[in-house]
Design a protein around this ligand. Structure first.
Ligand code: PXG
Length: 406
């Protein structure tokens, strides 16, 4: 049992952070000092099963020994050259990631939002130079309830007032359609449309899984109208949903994958867009870049992070353990507040008809860290290295907190 969640050292550190840090988050009151595999430890020595995985950045588990070794080894060699010079890790990273994605080219950045921005730039320039859209007129279609990051351009096409309020004026050129509605997409396309930017499963919106056939219908519509598909797989990619990418559930191949998070296994911010040459080759020297993008430390870490996913069979593991966990939860959780339990691989949402925060707090007390998403959904997304015994523990705690409700 974990006792009072905000005792002693934790309480002191929370007070310090609240005094000196900006208040742009509302975290659970747990102060983590160490992680190993799917488990994290707080400053008061309590242990928790991490069921968030830093929003799927830590798919490989905390402090994975192989990735750690690469980080340390590469840090002793060279960490940053800028792109003014070449480094010996970038070429191998690009080749290995492109091959994993069955794509032609890789453009590395750092955070997820930067990769999304890069995809937007690529699509617009492709729209002008390849599709022949009149200058300054390109439109990108996005989905309601999207989450693609926090830059001013990206929050400008968010449908969530909390993300936008007070940050305008926003970048024009984005059209919003409902998620999961292929007909709405078809109806919104105009000659000026260069791309459709989408998450194959909307994670932040509450683990929204589109109706079967949606992704393949989107692919058909985009192909028929010469519109690029920009798949934001930052959270759903690299094994999280039990496939390499969530697009693979319908055999759909976008023009550009947008990747981040687990690309570096939680060690270092590495993101990238990976796509067809015709799209990525619109970038010419000087047209785009980033000081840290493609740095040798990040590239070396990402190469090992990808190897770990492959060598440890984490995609298959996510599919197998996720299917078993979903079936158990659907059979064993009987709380009257539960509206639906849905998931793909080890990305599972328990939707309630009441705010989920107090349930997450109760789970924290029982040694399990979950974060509510969009108020009503408890997300279960443990590191993909989680064991069956760890998941038994998770189910036991959930049954206490979300059992019969009696
Ligand atoms: N796309 C998707 C689908 C994401 O989930 C991003 C883009 C942006 O990635 P970066 O690395 O720029 O955060 C995400 C990020 C937060 C927060 O604290 C971010 C995410 C999920 C929950 C909270 O801003 N996902």
């Amino acid at each position: 049992m974990n006792g009072n969640a905000t005792s002693t050292r934790s309480a002191e550190l929370i007070e310090l952070e609240d005094r000196w840090g900006a208040h742009n988050y509302h975290p659970l009151p747990v102060v983590i000092e160490r992680g190993e595999g799917p488990w994290v430890y707080d400053v008061d020595g309590r242990r928790y099963l991490d069921c968030l995985s830093a929003y799927s950045a830590v798919n490989q588990g905390h402090a994975h020994p192989r990735i750690l070794e690469t980080l340390v080894r590469q840090a002793h060699r060279v960490t940053l050259t800028s792109r003014a010079f070449r480094n010996d890790q970038l070429p191998l990273f690009c080749k290995e990631l492109a091959e994993l994605c069955d794509m032609d080219r890789v453009l590395p950045m750092n955070t997820g939002a930067e990769a999304v921005e890069t995809a937007i730039k690529a699509a617009r320039r492709w729209g002008y130079e390849v599709k022949g859209i009149p200058d300054g007129k390109a439109e990108i279609i996005v989905c309601a309830n999207n989450f693609h990051g926090r830059t001013t351009t990206i929050v400008g096409f968010s449908s969530d007032a909390e993300y936008r309020q007070g940050f305008g004026p926003f970048t024009p050129g984005f059209i919003t359609v409902p998620f999961g509605d292929a007909e709405a997409l078809a109806a919104a396309i105009r000659p000026e449309t260069c791309a459709f930017l989408f998450e194959p499963i909307q994670c932040e919106a509450g683990i929204n899984i589109p109706p079967d056939g949606y992704l393949s219908a989107v692919e058909e519509i985009c192909r028929a109208n010469n519109v690029l598909m920009l798949a934001d797989e930052i959270q759903t990619g690299l094994g999280r949903t039990g496939k390499r990418f969530a697009c693979d559930h319908e055999g759909v191949v976008p023009d550009v994958y947008i990747l981040g998070k687990a690309l570096s296994g939680g060690f270092y911010p590495v993101s990238a867009i990976v796509g067809r040459a015709e799209v990525i080759d619109v970038f010419k020297p000087g047209s785009h870049g980033s000081t840290y993008g493609g740095n040798p430390l990040g590239c070396a870490v990402a190469r090992t992070a990808l190897e770990v996913i492959r060598d440890e069979g984490l995609v298959e593991r996510s599919a197998r353990l996720g299917a078993a966990l979903l079936a158990r939860l659907q059979a064993e959780l009987r709380h009257p507040a539960i509206r639906e339990i849905r998931g793909r691989g080890l990305l599972i949402g328990i939707e309630l008809d009441t705010p989920a925060r107090s349930f997450c707090e109760a789970l924290q007390e029982r040694g399990m860290l979950c974060k509510e998403t969009h108020d009503y959904v408890i997300r279960l997304a443990p590191p993909l290295v989680v064991t069956e015994e760890d998941l038994d523990f998770a189910v036991e705690q959930l049954k206490v907190v979300l059992g019969s409700g009696d």
